[in-house]
Design a binder for this molecule. Structure first.
Ligand SMILES: Nc1ncnc2c1ncn2[C@@H]1O[C@H](COP(=O)(O)OP(=O)(O)O)[C@@H](O)[C@H]1O
Ligand SMILES: [Mg+2]
Length: 405
């Protein structure tokens, strides 16, 4: 953090960006990992939670959205839906560490979460059962007004208020627009106080007698079936009893995001397109007075690629490929006579050297991108591109160590 004492940047000066994830996670209760798709949000969220459980000795939950199958397996999340589940110490032992705290994990099940939300808001058991059994509800619960975005934040709220985690790290859904889930609580509140909805809940029968709308309903009846219209009507009438609760709840969820205990970690790669998107997102967070805790630059090419020494070797390998090939040929022939072909060896050397030089260009461009970052979070972390996917605790710890100090 820019100023470890107060957690605030000195007045007038931009934050130094010199803070650590260790410090950030020690002072926050909710961390929202967000950013463009495919950059490593889910992995980073899991790695941050793992580290906090190991190092801080706290009770940590990672709420994942779309973990890759093998990662879900590693966290013991296979087919368990919304249930929070403790990652056994045994799993940590296999990775060679002994956590001081506890790591819990849960996956976001949209349908299950909606059902729970209905149960929470329904005025009585009968209304609850009727809504849950309503075919329209069943059909749209998974798709309802960007329900995925909203429900992720809603679940976060629910867990935060109902349980005793010291830290909750929440992964975000792959949205078309990273801002969608920030707007989701407001959109939900707007929807439940909208005129469209009021109109929809004017009882079906009384709408039928309205001369102006009659032709519409006659056609709709024929196309969709009376059954469907009745379902719609019934659904919204049942829902009516829950509007106030929904609006209040959406407001509370929105407030939680801007709470001082909540911080956002924006994950990106250093490729131009995702980075611009991440930067825009980080700016939006700041504009909305949400806390931009960290930017994690993931899958970054290693430092050595930018060094002059490697480039000199590659240049010389290209220029003197024939000569080096002739020197290598006898050794390779000893391994297998077909490997001794001087022309082939020279070609391979040239290609390898070219490949190296191309990577160097990308690595240099990445650093330019990095230094052109216009937003300065408390923590700026860089994670190398590992040679394999990250699918187990050991991998998460490896990544976590990169972002920690
Ligand atoms: N630093 C890294 N090095 C190598 N592979 C990575 C790295 N970070 C993430 N990955 C891999 O990239 C893929 C996408 O990561 P994921 O966390 O699911 O992205 P997102 O949630 O942003 O869509 C996964 O297969 C993951 O193992
Ligand atoms: Mg993901």
């Amino acid at each position: 953090m820019a100023d470890a004492g107060t957690g605030k940047a000195p007045r007038g000066a931009p934050p130094a960006g010199g803070g650590s994830m260790d410090g950030l996670l020690a002072t926050k209760e909710i961390v929202v990992a967000c950013g463009p798709g495919g950059v490593g949000k889910t992995t980073t969220a899991a790695a941050a939670a793992v580290m906090a459980a190991i190092r801080h000795g706290s009770k940590v939950l990672v709420l994942t959205v779309d973990p890759a199958k093998r990662l879900a397996n590693a966290l013991g999340l296979d087919g368990i839906g919304n249930t929070e589940h403790r990652v056994p110490d045994e799993a940590f032992r296999s990775a060679g560490v002994k956590p001081r705290g506890q790591l819990w994990a849960a996956m976001l099940d949209t349908k299950e979460s909606w059902d729970a939300l209905i149960a929470h808001h329904a005025p009585d058991d009968q209304t609850r059962d009727e809504i849950l059994a309503n075919p329209l509800y069943q059909n749209i619960a998974g798709r309802f007004v960007q329900s995925h975005d909203y429900i992720a934040m809603e679940r976060l709220y629910e867990i935060h208020s109902a349980s005793d985690y010291d830290l909750i790290v929440v992964d975000t859904p792959p949205t078309r627009n990273a801002l969608d889930f920030l707007d989701a609580p407001q959109r939900m509140a707007d929807f439940f106080s909208s005129r469209l909805l009021r109109w929809l809940i004017v009882p079906y029968r009384s709408r039928l007698v309205n001369v102006a709308t009659k032709p519409f309903y006659q056609i709709a009846d024929r196309i969709l079936g009376t059954e469907f219209l009745a379902d719609i009507s019934e659904f919204f009438i049942l829902f009516q009893s829950m509007y106030a609760g929904f609006v209040e709840r959406s407001d509370a969820v929105g407030r939680l995001l801007s709470d001082r205990r909540t911080t956002f970690v924006v994950v990106s790669t250093l490729e131009a397109v995702p980075l611009r998107e991440a930067e825009f997102f980080a700016e939006q967070l700041t504009n909305r007075r949400l806390h931009l805790g960290a930017i994690v630059l993931n899958k970054v090419l290693p430092d050595y690629l930018r060094g002059a020494a490697g480039a000199s070797v590659a240049e010389s390998m290209k220029e003197r490929a024939e000569e080096f090939a002739a020197q290598l040929s006898p050794t390779l022939t000893l391994v297998d006579p077909v490997l001794g072909d001087i022309d082939q060896i020279a070609r391979v050397l040239t290609e390898v050297a070219d490949g190296y030089l191309n990577f160097q260009v990308v690595a240099l461009r990445e650093m330019e991108e990095r230094s052109s970052l216009s937003v300065v979070p408390d923590v700026l972390a860089t994670v190398p591109f590992f040679e394999t996917d990250i699918f187990d605790l050991a991998g998460l710890i490896r990544l976590g160590e990169q972002i920690w100090d």
